[in-house]
Design a protein around this ligand. Structure first.
Ligand SMILES: N[C@@H](CCC(=O)N[C@@H](CS)C(=O)NCC(=O)O)C(=O)O
Length: 227
């Protein structure tokens, strides 16, 4: 018998929302356990046993415990729907997906999470020019990738690269940044609206954007950013 999946998450987190959305796409039976950041539950002894890095998301599949959202995305496809177009075995197709995922983990995610962290943890009341430049630069790069193929790693198939990147892009967008200047990115973003779990992802992001606005005193981005 298959063990029940448990996902520890906080719904404001893009890393958690991408895993949640993949669970919806794969139609997995998953129990969601909210980790309350207001109560600092991620730092508790109990949670630290699951992830000594004290971060969400964490997936529990029977006696197997895994953190890092992109590793979880890959594990879920490999174990629940092996060789799906979401993460195919073919080495070259997979390598392109991995390339996009590494870009996401090391550049894209940091471009907005650095703003979130400076506002929530350090009390910043503004986005610095460098932070704005970083966001514009990643949006340009994403737009470039999508000028080469319809989805991030394929012309035909949505892959886990799209699902991971979507959670970052939806965060930047719902926090007020226009996508108008990035036509390929904007088209790709709206083409995913009917994907299972999109609305849920969007609702949680909107809740996060409201929470963030309260903390910062205004939205992260004003429409039509000018440097
Ligand atoms: N690279 C990790 C990043 C996870 C991460 O940064 N999680 C944040 C929420 S978005 C977190 O748990 N932060 C702990 C804290 O702020 O105390 C992943 O993709 O899973």
């Amino acid at each position: 018998m298959e063990s029940k999946l448990i996902l520890y998450l906080t719904r404001g987190s893009p890393a958690c929302r991408s895993v949640l959305q993949l669970c919806r796409i794969l139609d997995l039976n998953v129990e969601l356990k909210n980790v309350n950041f207001q109560a600092k539950e991620q730092k508790s002894e109990t949670f630290s046993k699951l992830n000594p890095l004290k971060e969400v998301p964490v997936l529990v599949d029977g006696d197997f415990i895994l953190s890092e959202s992109r590793a979880i995305l890959a594990y879920l496809v490999n174990s629940k729907k092996p060789n799906s177009p979401l993460y195919p075995f073919d080495p070259k197709r997979r390598a392109i997906i991995d390339q996009r995922l590494y870009y996401d983990a090391t550049v894209l995610f940091l471009s907005h999470s650095s703003i979130v962290r400076s506002v929530i943890y350090d009390g910043a009341k503004d986005v610095t020019d460098q932070q704005r430049i970083n966001i514009l630069s990643v949006l340009e790069n994403l737009n470039y990738f999508l000028s080469q193929s319809k989805y991030f790693a394929s012309n035909e198939d949505i892959t886990i690269a799209d699902i991971s990147i979507l959670s970052s892009v939806i965060t930047i967008y719902e926090c007020g940044h226009d996508l108008e200047a990035f036509p390929y990115l904007s088209k790709w973003f709206h083409s995913l609206e009917n994907l299972p779990g999109f609305q849920e992802n969007q609702e949680h992001t909107r809740d996060f954007a409201k929470f963030f606005k309260k903390k910062m005193g205004r939205a992260m981005f004003e429409k039509k950013q000018k440097l």
